[in-house]
Design a protein around this ligand. Structure first.
Ligand SMILES: [Zn+2]
Length: 74
């Protein structure tokens, strides 16, 4: 059950996240793109998701990093 429901989640496993991996908030669908960073929290462009501060959270819904799912490459 866990595998099916959380199949897209990185589940806290940062090894699944590359420097250019984009992740989508599963609560509000906001996408973190390392190429752009997060202006809201003064995260500069080029910052990998894995390198975000431990207390970083979604800028629109305040969801935690665990609430983000890995987006497949286009
Ligand atoms: Zn969100």
């Amino acid at each position: 059950m866990k595998d099916s429901f959380f199949s897209g989640s990185f589940g806290g496993d940062l090894t699944r996240i590359a420097a250019d991996t984009r992740l989508e908030c599963k609560i509000c669908w906001w996408v973190y793109d390392p190429a752009h960073g997060d202006e809201t929290r003064q995260i500069g462009p080029g910052t990998a998701f894995a390198a975000l501060p431990w207390d970083w959270s979604c800028p629109t819904c305040s969801g935690s990093k665990d609430d983000f799912m890995v987006l497949e490459k286009e």
